[in-house]
Design a protein around this ligand. Structure first.
Ligand SMILES: [Mn+2]
Length: 430
């Protein structure tokens, strides 16, 4: 049972239903004129789901400092409570992505049961070989899966195998692999040998994957290694996925690219290769900022979803990318940021669903650049908010999630139930 009751949400919705009906009706008239069946779009939006990262419900921070918020979750159970609040209000976040060892639990079957009681399941598990843990035999200072010392590589491989074993107990079906390995100086690392070591180590992890699991390979062009990273870009990621086998896929974190990179085109290429495994959604102005999804470049987000809907409409075989948020919240209530981001994703999806694909296709074939561009802009500039709100209401979620959350007082109650600790565990940027 979620900490936010269905009765509370129903009462919050009651006062907004009339306005929503009017706005939805007005949008229906507009979309009908354009040949769009609004109820079909709403039904599709109601099916949209994105996983919450367990590390997202705590206040993140920058590499300089972290300013803890009040009422922050102190362990994985409290993180799940917060995730349940987000899902009950948005209806769009039924799963949680755990990060190990930050989210270690004593009893994983019990953790799975507790999650189910809250109405939640588990998405991909994330391994962590980019920082040392207390009591660890070998340091990751100079790498993990690609370290020159085979003992370090063996330790990093074993950690990933443990993540798979834990994931199996909680019902996960994917392992996300991101390594901080790389170099800070030209000449520090032999590029080819480091990549070969990666393929060897990742191959051992891949070999241990259960039959119904996927391996999601996350690339990142810089940081913590600032000159080169071993899995630097989608090219390295795709080469690795193709070398490992059919259940290895590429994961696109929006922040892990050079500024101005055409991410929607990378998405199209990975779709073509049959290797688009999923996303870490966030937004950025300069680099890997991990800002709230859709807060800086909503048009880019729409263009990415345009490629996803295009792939859906072309019935690309086995097309099933995992959606996850990966954000760091420094100045907002993390629950509010995560709700807002989940809503921005459904917005981009709805906008992409109402693109007139016949006109777009005809414009492309006729080399009518202006009409093609305007066809996308028409969809992007349509205010689809009533569709999102109706989809939420249909799922028993809130018409106005943030308004309902503030009215509920969940955070204030959490302050009392969760006294401030000296140091919060397990937050970071990945
Ligand atoms: Mn990420």
């Amino acid at each position: 049972m979620s900490p936010i009751s269905p009765e509370f949400i129903a009462a919050a919705n009651a006062g907004l239903a009339g306005t929503l009906d009017a706005d939805y009706g007005a949008l229906d008239i507009q979309l009908t004129r354009r040949g769009v069946d609004i109820d079909k779009v709403t039904a599709a939006v109601a099916q949209f789901a994105v996983a919450i990262p367990s590390w997202g419900v705590g206040t993140g921070g920058t590499r300089f400092a972290r300013f803890p918020a009040v009422g922050e979750p102190r362990n994985v159970l409290e993180k799940l409570e917060d995730c349940a609040v987000i899902h009950s209000l948005t209806g769009a976040t039924p799963t949680v992505s755990l990060h190990l060892p930050w989210d270690r639990a004593e009893d994983y079957p019990q953790l799975k049961r507790y999650a189910r009681e809250l109405g939640l399941g588990f998405d991909a598990v994330n391994s962590n070989t980019f920082q040392d843990q207390p009591g660890q035999a070998h340091s990751y200072k100079f790498g993990s899966l690609t370290h020159t010392d085979p003992r370090v590589r063996a330790q990093a491989i074993e950690h990933n195998l443990e993540c798979i074993r834990i994931g199996q107990q909680i019902g996960s079906k994917a392992l996300t692999l991101w390594i901080g390995d790389g170099s800070n100086f030209p000449g520090q690392q032999h590029f080819a040998r480091a990549f070969e070591r990666y393929l060897d180590s990742a191959g051992r992890i891949y070999a241990a994957l259960p039959a119904d699991w996927r391996l999601l390979i996350e690339h990142k062009m810089y940081e913590p290694a600032l000159y080169s990273t071993v899995i630097q870009d989608w090219g390295s990621s795709l080469m690795a996925a193709q070398a490992l086998g059919p259940r290895a896929f590429c994961l696109v974190d929006l922040g892990h690219h050079a500024p101005s990179t055409n991410i929607e085109m990378i998405v199209a290429r990975l779709v073509h290769a049959g290797r688009l495994g999923g996303f870490h959604f966030n937004d950025s102005k300069y680099g890997d900022d991990d800002l709230d999804t859709g807060s800086i470049h909503p048009y880019r987000l729409f263009l990415i979803f345009n490629e996803l809907v295009d792939a859906e409409s072309r019935r690309v075989p086995d097309f099933n990318p995992a959606h996850m948020l990966d954000q760091s919240h420094n100045v907002t209530d993390p629950i509010e940021s995560l709700m807002s981001s989940a809503m921005e994703l459904t917005r981009a999806y709805a906008q992409a669903l109402i693109v007139d694909r016949n006109v777009l296709c005809a414009s492309q074939e006729a080399n009518d650049a202006l009409l093609a561009s305007q066809t996308l802009k028409q969809a992007f500039t349509t205010d689809v908010s009533p569709i999102l709100a109706r989809a939420r209401a249909q799922r028993g979620a809130a018409i106005d999630p943030i308004g309902a959350y503030r009215a509920n007082g969940y955070r204030q109650r959490a302050v009392t139930r969760r006294p401030v600790q000296g140091k919060a565990t397990g937050s970071g940027i990945v």
